[in-house]
Write a new protein. Structure first.
Length: 315
């Protein structure tokens, strides 16, 4: 396959590096110092568990028009940049091109459908804790690295099967599902909980799940999100949030959400797409969401970014 990775951060950078290393034709779309580092030194993945991965020669550009049509557009930019970025991606599209978003939202694919129509859009979910540590370097926390994707009609299409084969050759976990909407909501439940808890508390998942009060708050965030999903018609079991709480024990104690890293760096936060979206959907559906409203309101002053936060002295 010929793949364009749009957004070479923790998700796009990590999975794109492994795909490129295995021989898949991958081009990264990036900008600034990160783009310059990719072009000059390649891409380095630093693992907290396992060996580092260096892909010395990667293709990286700033302008999608420099690539031309591809088989798959792998979208992994921050949610706030989705609409603006989507408008720039038309040069990547030929008659058979598909686009899969691996962003953190249940509304992400609606943006793509408005821009490209229904047929090109394939659903995607990424399970990984990774972020740009410095230009050209992605830090991967823990051993989890999985992509889940599929067509919204449940069909095992040739393009989905081709991407599955590429992922398997790259050596990371991959799953082709016949119910991608449910998979997106399953990830959303976990992500809303971990993002909301680790960012408001500024702690790794370990201390949060081990303290009775913070553990309950984490569970509340996920239970509210699951309840909103069920109200939307998604078949999430009643005990799904509690199951996800137990699942967090697979994560290293110091693991945080990428939103926590963004807060530390004074960058804009995705809170309005996560707990904020749960709060809005809950209000529309008559589902109470007090814990998610608390996260949204606590982080509201940081939602657009706060450079002074990044400059504050570390204790």
């Amino acid at each position: 396959m010929k793949i364009a990775i749009v957004g070479a951060g923790g998700v796009g950078g990590y999975f794109g590096a492994l795909l490129a290393r295995s021989g898949t034709d991958v081009t990264f779309i990036a900008r600034g110092a990160h783009l310059a580092a990719l072009q000059q030194h390649g891409l380095l993945i630093e693992n907290t568990e396992g060996e580092n991965i260096h892909v010395p020669n990667v293709k990286a550009v700033e302008n999608p028009a420099a690539i031309g049509p591809v088989d798959l557009v792998f979208l992994a930019v921050k949610l706030a940049d989705s609409e603006k970025t989507a408008r720039t991606l038309h040069p990547l599209f030929g008659p058979q091109t598909c686009i899969a978003s691996f962003q953190n939202s249940v509304g992400k694919d609606d943006i793509l459908r408005r821009e490209f129509g229904d047929p090109p859009v394939m659903g995607g979910v990424a399970y990984i804790s990774a972020y740009i540590d410095r230009p050209g370097v992605i830090r991967h926390v823990g051993g989890l690295h999985k992509l889940v994707f599929g067509e919204f009609d449940g069909n095992r299409s040739p393009r989905a099967l081709a991407f599955l084969q590429a992922c398997q050759a790259a050596g990371f976990d991959a799953e082709l599902t016949d119910d991608i909407r449910k998979k997106i909501w399953e990830k959303f439940v976990l992500l809303v909980g971990i993002s909301g808890a680790t960012t408001t508390m500024r702690k790794g998942i370990g201390p949060i799940r081990d303290n009775p009060l913070t553990r309950q708050f984490l569970l509340d965030l996920m239970q509210e999100t699951a309840a909103v999903g069920r109200a939307q018609g998604v078949a999430l079991p009643e005990n799904y949030a509690r199951d996800r709480l137990e699942f967090t024990h697979k994560f290293p104690a110091d693991m945080t959400a990428s939103m926590t890293q963004d807060l530390k760096l004074g960058k804009p936060l995705e809170v309005m797409w996560l707990s904020g979206a749960v709060t809005e959907m809950g209000a529309q559906l008559g589902v109470p969401t007090p814990a998610n409203r608390a996260v949204r309101d606590i982080l509201a002053l940081y939602a657009e970014g706060d450079p002074k936060e990044a400059a504050a002295p570390k204790r």
